[in-house]
Each structure stands twice: as C-alpha cells, then as structure tokens.
Design a protein. Structure first.
Length: 146
C-alpha cells in the first residue's frame, strides 16, 4: 500500500491521503488496532454537489420545486429524492435563483440538458461555487481565522 505524504494540520490533527476505499479501510483498521487510546480515526464523507437554477418563477417554492421539476422534465429520468432545494434568493434584476443539492448522477444529467423547464419558463442550471478567501493574504481556500 503506497501512501501519499501526510500533513499535520494547525489544530494538531494529521491528514493522511489514500488512493482507494480498500486502502482507507485497511489504514483505518490498522491505526485503530495499534493506537486505540492515543489516536482517533475519522474518514470524511463526500458532500453532494450544489447547483444553482437561474430564472426560477416566483410561485415555485423550496417545498414544491422537486415535484415541479419531476413533472415537467420527464425526459431526464429523475426520481423523487434526487433534488433537494436548499434556499432561494433574488438578484437585483428581480430574478429568482434557487440553490439545490443533487447526487453526482443527477448533476451529470442536469448539466447535459440544454434547458430545464419550470412553470412556463426555461431555466439554466450551473454549478454553485462559494470560494473561501482570506482577508489577510487574499488567497483562496482558507480564511484569516484558519
């Protein structure tokens, strides 16, 4: 088993990267067996990707978005539970946008569609990315507190 170099984090934890889930399981069990009292092993879970739907009609809410998308876009082959609406916001041009959480398969289907039909409007779907930025050094992926 080949391990990538591990990193020590500022809060005292150690980050070890492994290539496959089998290597992660093997490493986790061996560390737990040998250092049961001294070390705690945590394996991070993958998060579902977030996407943003532009130009959502005002009558569509967080509660009824999933039913509306499933009923009007049958060609995508989505099932109940594939889309989970997170929040809705309005831009300065009075257009509503909705952020959703989807699985990776649903993300691929939504990105390969040209248009998503919601109500009487055609909506565009895109990635929803929020970048952390440090106010001290102006670099990305960390904040001043970290």
């Amino acid at each position: 088993m080949a391990l990538n170099p591990f990193k020590s984090l500022k809060d005292g934890r150690v980050l070890i990267e492994a290539g496959t889930p089998a290597e992660i399981a093997l490493l986790s069990t061996s560390v737990t067996d040998k250092c049961r009292k001294d070390l705690e092993v945590t394996v991070p879970k993958l998060r579902k990707p977030r996407m943003i739907i532009h130009n959502v009609p005002q009558d569509v809410t967080i509660e009824n978005l999933q039913e509306t998308v499933l009923a009007q876009n049958r060609e995508l082959g989505l099932v109940l539970g594939d889309i989970k609406a997170r929040f809705k916001f309005r831009t300065e041009w009075v257009l509503d946008k909705m952020v959703i959480k989807v699985s990776s398969e649903t993300r691929k289907r939504l990105l390969h569609t040209i248009n998503l039909k919601i109500g009487w409007l055609i909506c565009n779907v895109d990635y929803y990315l929020v970048m952390k930025r440090c106010f001290k050094c102006s670099r990305f992926n960390h904040r001043h507190q970290d």
